[in-house]
Design a protein around this ligand. Structure first.
Ligand code: ADP
Length: 244
């Protein structure tokens, strides 16, 4: 826990209680193609709060707005209305520079596809985001090796992504998402590309990693069995978040 909490910034004047939350989404709205015949109101007042250490599932059919919600929560996109607070810092309306710093330092992303850089080793893929964040090279390498050991990949640190199986690539991607000690992991169908048996095992690794590092996670999945292993599950229903 201390590792995660050590970089929690002072609250920036968030709403009541939001300073104790890893993620607070209040009244998030997102409308695509506003005013055009093909206007789609994807999010219509979605709200959720995630406390430190909590793992929350996000379930909804394809096209319901899961990726849109994760992108807004992870500061890759801006909502049309509503407030996003990460670790007590109000990021809605903040400058691009503040949002980029918050995203790099507080949020780790995992996607369905690993998106590792093919010409770099597993360890280097975890070192690079740390160097971009100003971490010293020796410290970055030590952290990369520690993370790889946690997901059972210590022996594969020098292997390039092309030399790893799909499940192994995804384990490296989990480590990369934690490279800069985020407070929050956002995962979009993290095992969706894997066969069912591999998906199950890799999902166990993900849950262990999140639990042992003490961070919070919001994990989108189509898989109800995987969702049932999380602390709580939310569903997107007509653009709002409701308990599943
Ligand atoms: P999910 O992740 O649940 O499959 P998405 O968030 O990707 O859903 O998409 C929700 C809806 O918004 C879909 O109908 C999609 O076509 C639409 N959409 C997503 N991004 C855009 C965009 N940039 N412009 C217009 N429509 C979009």
């Amino acid at each position: 826990m201390s590792e995660v909490l050590s970089h929690v910034g002072a609250g920036a004047g968030a709403g009541v209680g939001a300073g104790n939350l890893t993620l607070s989404l209040q009244g998030i709205e997102k409308i695509y193609n506003r005013g055009k015949p093909n206007e789609i109101a994807v999010l219509r007042g979605a709200s959720a709060e995630i406390v430190p250490g909590e793992i929350v599932g996000l379930i909804a059919p394809s096209g319901a707005g899961k990726s849109t919600l994760l992108h807004i929560a992870g500061l890759l996109d801006v909502p049309d209305a509503g407030e996003v607070v990460i670790n007590g810092q109000v990021v809605t309306g903040a400058s691009d520079r503040v949002r980029t710093t918050a995203r790099r330092g507080q949020v780790g992303f995992v996607y369905q596809f690993h998106h590792l850089l093919p010409e770099f080793s597993a360890a280097e893929n975890i070192v690079l985001p740390q160097l971009a964040h100003g971490v010293d090279a020796a410290e970055a390498e030590a952290r990369a090796l520690d993370l790889l050991a946690r997901v059972g990949m210590a022996e594969r640190a020098s292997h390039r992504p092309g030399e790893l199986s799909g499940g192994e690539q995804q384990r490296v991607a989990f480590c990369r998402s934690l490279a800069n000690k985020p407070a929050l992991m956002l995962a979009d169908e993290p095992t969706g590309n894997l066969d069912p048996a591999t998906s199950d095992a890799v999902f166990d690794v993900l849950m262990d990693l999140v639990r042992t590092t003490g961070l919070s996670a919001l994990i989108a999945t189509h898989n109800y069995e995987l969702a049932a292993r999380m602390d709580r599950v939310l569903r997107l229903d007509e653009g709002e978040l409701v308990p599943a």
